[in-house]
Design a protein around this ligand. Structure first.
Ligand SMILES: [Zn+2]
Length: 162
């Protein structure tokens, strides 16, 4: 798929997604959450919903490491790898992990200029999939799409950063 780049568009310096001029990539998180708010109450299996939420938020953050400490980046990457594995931990474990991130931003948030990646210098800036691909896809496919997004992101990372 070719993308037209002109003066009306810009790329996110972290995930490389094309953004309309003046828009912040961070707004994508709110768009993901809006999809979840519409979609997830209709999903009977609570675990599927929680897992989709974890993949969405963790993957977005993995593609935007300037906002996180290097320790938090490592923890998230390990968490995504565990959740994609065949021996996925029980849902209670996942819940604690997600809640820990939501409640402890001061422990994981990094104070640095926007887009600064001095702590993870080799981190990719282009990815096989970005939040834009998930948001642009069919909403009924959301849970599968965020898992695919997580898997591609881990694969992109493992190909570049050991
Ligand atoms: Zn971005």
């Amino acid at each position: 798929m070719s993308e037209r780049i002109d003066e009306r568009t810009a790329r996110c310096p972290e995930c490389g997604a094309v953004l309309p001029s003046g828009r912040d990539c961070w707004e994508r998180v709110h768009e993901l959450l809006e999809i979840e708010a519409r979609l997830l109450p209709g999903i009977e299996d609570v675990e599927v919903g929680l897992l989709a939420h974890f993949f969405a938020i963790a993957t977005y953050q993995l593609q935007h490491p300037s906002r996180l400490t290097s320790g938090a980046v490592t923890q998230l990457r390990d968490g995504v790898r565990r959740m994609l594995g065949s021996d996925r931990p029980p849902i209670d474990h996942l819940r604690r992990q997600v809640r820990g991130f939501a409640e402890g931003p001061s422990r994981v948030a990094r104070r640095a200029p926007a887009g600064d990646r001095a702590h993870v210098p080799h981190w990719p800036r282009r990815w096989t999939m970005t939040a834009t691909d998930v948001i642009g896809g069919p909403q009924a496919d959301y849970a599968d799409a965020v898992e695919r997004w997580a898997r591609h992101t881990l694969g992109d990372l493992d190909g570049i950063v050991s």
